[in-house]
Design a binder for this molecule. Sequence first.
Ligand code: THU
Length: 141
Amino acid sequence: MSDASRTASGAADWDALRAIATDAMRLSYSPYSRFPVGAAAIVDDGRTVRGANIENASYGVTLCAECSLVSDLVMSGGGKLVAFTCVDGHGAVLMPCGRCRQLLFEHSAPGMLLETVSGVKTIDEVLPDAFGPRTLKEYED
Ligand code: THU
């Protein structure tokens, strides 16, 4: 996907990114909860990736929109996420669930920004003292 979600100065264009998340939300498969979710993020090389929740009759198997977004990230070439947003069925900002904050942390660039229900925050603010790849590396040494 193109670089439509950045302003001329290179900052995240949150309105444009939310619009991509809202389009993704319309692709959601959520017959059980009837709670569609869409997500979109900017990658450090300028790509935009997106996802929607994909539910399952075995409820616990449900994939959150963030899972689908991370699959899009990896399958479209990898990289690190620099800006992320997530929306509900009305296109309003939705806070990523705890599990998904962990999922996003793994693939985040340092200082990744998230549009949240209480403003733009960094990944460290929404997942303080996170367990991640660097923690495992420390145990190797
Ligand atoms: N959901 C997401 O896709 N992401 C979140 O961060 C919160 C929850 C989905 C899972 C399920 O399909 C529906 O929202 C209701 O929980």
